[in-house]
Design a protein around this ligand. Structure first.
Ligand code: ADP
Ligand code: ADP
Ligand code: ZN
Length: 226
């Protein structure tokens, strides 16, 4: 008997901190009815909840390093069992190491699936600190904003939900940003070659404005999701 597919479409957004993965994943969710799975968000929830995994991840995240593969994989697998992932998933911030990419292939292969598309979001290192240092999100709905590049239409009021409370991440500062970028180049950037070799890689210029990047991403996703 063939096992049921875990999820019909698996898309990966690959890019350094500040590339716009979260911003674009939320737009793709709305356009294509997919579900965004952000390992960063899942880890931050685990930290806030004070779970065993969260307690282990906390100091690593604060320092801008990568949380161990076993913790990240356990958290992701757990989330993948939720019924909403049956509509297809956009992985945002996962995989980030060769070990995670191989584990994902193994997980999908057990049900005859594979990664459908990997979109590599290219941004210049020099712009990354400004991107993360200006980032903030709505405390109610999670919509992302930027001090300079994406302000709410009405100052202090979330466009999506009308919320008036916003938050900033502790690791979005200039010092930690350097460590996060170094981790990206050392451990995550090699995945571009990994997925190119599998014939599923698409590249998008993520230096363009948010709407232009969204147009390029949608065109790319349309090719793999009906
Ligand atoms: P990531 O999830 O890749 O770390 P985000 O989507 O959170 O990145 O974007 C980082 C910050 O940059 C956010 O404040 C977001 O509003 C802003 N941003 C996203 N895409 C662009 C873009 N194309 N141009 C300018 N700013 C952007
Ligand atoms: P970014 O905006 O830098 O892409 P994320 O929210 O994706 O930020 O991740 C924040 C932090 O969470 C990372 O710096 C890292 O410590 C941890 N993290 C997130 N995803 C992973 C992963 N797949 N593997 C290891 N660590 C991760
Ligand atoms: Zn909101």
């Amino acid at each position: 008997m063939i096992a049921m597919p875990i999820t019909p479409a698996v898309l990966i957004l690959l890019g350094p901190p500040g590339a716009g993965k979260g911003t674009q994943a939320r737009m793709l969710e709305e356009t294509f009815g997919l579900v965004q799975l952000s390992t960063g968000d899942l880890l931050r929830s685990a930290v806030a909840a004070g779970t065993e995994a969260g307690n282990k991840a906390k100091s690593v995240m604060e320092a801008g390093g990568l949380v161990s593969d076993d913790i990240v994989l356990a958290i992701l697998k757990d989330r993948m069992t939720d019924p909403d992932t049956k509509r297809g998933v956009i992985l945002d911030g996962f995989p980030r190491t060769a070990g995670q990419a191989e584990a994902l292939d193994g997980l999908l292969a057990s049900t005859g699936q594979r990664v459908n598309s990997v979109i590599s979001m290219k941004v210049e290192d020099a712009s990354m600190v400004a991107r993360v240092a200006g980032r903030y999100t709505c405390a109610s709905c999670g919509e992302g904003y930027h001090d300079e590049f994406k302000q709410p239409a009405s100052a202090g009021v979330c466009d999506k939900c009308g919320g008036a409370e916003f938050k900033r991440r502790a690791d979005d500062n200039a010092e930690t940003a350097g460590a996060r970028l170094a981790a990206y180049h050392a451990q995550t950037a090699p995945l571009i070659t990994y997925y190119k070799g599998r014939g599923v890689l698409e590249q998008v210029d993520a230096m363009a404005d948010i709407a232009s990047v969204a147009g390029a991403m949608s065109a790319s996703v349309k090719r793999v999701v009906a």
